[in-house]
Design a protein around this ligand. Structure first.
Ligand code: GRF
Length: 221
């Protein structure tokens, strides 16, 4: 956390604040690839002066549709397309450079559909989290919802995890079950999972900000 964040405490009432009120305001960079509905929930949550996080920039690996949410909220965007770089490592370095301009306390991968190179994971860890539309370690990877439907399970879920160098294999921060209903398609199930995923994400950011979740400790566990 940067020194300047220490000035951005909640307003006090003259009494010592309870533990949660000692939260610092986290600055977030959110990385997306698609529609950005999870991003939007963070942007909306941050409209509440009491919410202890602010999205300072939104990045993507393409000209993502979800940039429109950032623009609506007046948040700067940046992008780096893998195809424009000689190697995944060069792409990762360019992306990292753009992220670091914002000196974020936390980077949130929210529907970001590319694997970050290990050098980027290592530079941002442990302050790097990801959301996933399945109950990890079940159904990791880019098609977690489709895989759950195809496996014929009666329940899947949503998870928020710490990012490591594997595919959706980092320590779990929060997760919740979502029932798979008869007749569910990938689309209908994903829509219901995303409702839970968004709640988990907002709660995880809150818990990280107020110290209920210690990412460093989690990364060492
Ligand atoms: C989320 O379910 C995320 O976990 C998955 O893609 C979805 C992104 O949705 N990888 P959106 O772009 O936030 O609407």
């Amino acid at each position: 956390m940067r020194d300047c964040d220490r000035r951005r405490r909640y307003p006090t009432t003259g009494r010592p604040p309870p533990r949660d009120r000692l939260s610092l305001v986290l600055s977030l960079v959110v990385l997306i690839s698609g529609g950005g509905s999870n991003l939007r929930v963070l942007l909306e949550a941050a409209q509440d002066a009491e919410f202890p996080a602010r999205v300072v920039a939104v990045g993507a690996d393409r000209d993502a549709e979800g940039f429109e949410h950032a623009e609506e909220f007046g948040i700067p965007t940046f992008s780096a397309a893998l195809s424009n770089y000689e190697s995944r490592e060069a792409w990762g370095e360019a992306l990292l450079e753009q992220i670091q301009v914002w000196q974020p306390d936390l980077v949130v991968l929210s529907g970001f559909m590319k694997l970050l190179p290990p050098s980027v994971v290592s530079a941002l860890s442990p302050n790097l989290i990801n959301t996933h539309p399945a109950y990890l370690p079940e159904f990791p990877g880019a098609h977690g919802v489709r895989d759950a439907i195809e496996a014929g399970v009666s329940q899947s879920g949503a998870s928020v995890i710490l990012v490591d160098n594997g595919v959706d294999s980092g320590p779990i921060i929060a997760q919740e079950r979502v029932a798979v209903l008869p007749g569910d398609t990938e689309h209908t199930l994903h829509d219901r999972i995303k409702i839970v995923e968004r709640q988990l994400l907002v709660q995880a950011v809150l818990d990280i900000a107020n110290g209920h979740i210690d990412l460093k400790e989690l990364s060492l566990a």
